[in-house]
Design a protein. Sequence first.
Length: 284
Amino acid sequence: MSQEVLKKLIIEKVYRNGSVMIEEDEIIAEERIDFYLNGMKLLSVMGIAQDQDAHIVGFLMSEGVITHVEDIHSLRISDNGLSVYIDASVNEDNIQNLFKEKTLTTGCCVGVTGNVEDKIVKEFNRSTVSYNVDMLFDEVDRFYGSSALFRQSGCVHKARLVLKEGEAIEAEDVGRHNAIDKVIGKARLSHADTQDAFLIVSGRLSMEMVVKCVMHGITMVISKAAPTRLGIKTAQLHGITLIGFAREGKMNLYTHSSRVDTAHTVIQADSTSCIIEEVCVAAS
């Protein structure tokens, strides 16, 4: 039997005028989930016990440990939902990257990744796909409007992968890395084509978030939050269109903006040239 994602708790809500109300609140149940690969414990992650099978698949494929979903021989979740077991043909060198290069990332749950600093090489994304700006804003609106778990708890990150056919896949977790791994895992397990898809996320766009998109041919990543400088550099180097601050009817395009069809002339502010030059220098 799987774990409950939400738990009820009696709290005291204090108002500025000094009044106090006793209320029932819904709290996310964060759990330690163990990943087992080919009979051996690989690592543990902190997250919610939801889409755990997709989580391990998305994580291992993003790290280059598993190359194709067809390489998976078996996949199951324990009865209590806190262990996931996968048997698969793997790239042993990339498994070792996880342990040689223990990088504490900037994730909410302090993620561990080995796929940084050019450990795994992918070709530059040369896709010429373009997206209508109105469609992108519509998808961002859907992203904010369809998160029931966030409305209930206020405590999860979300990822929404929009495929080139228009179908969308969603996942949520307390960690922004986890949410991306889950949505990619769901796409891979359903044999969806992630080439020329775009990803909308709720968290900041740091380097390792962009790398996950690079690994799966995802052309564009959009967030309501800000990117980091290294996130921008990584997107520029790998051909990923990076968009931040997508909210309230506007968005900031940081890299490879030709994929966004605005149908309007670009108005350049006085400081724009030096900002563009700085980004290009950072990516060189």
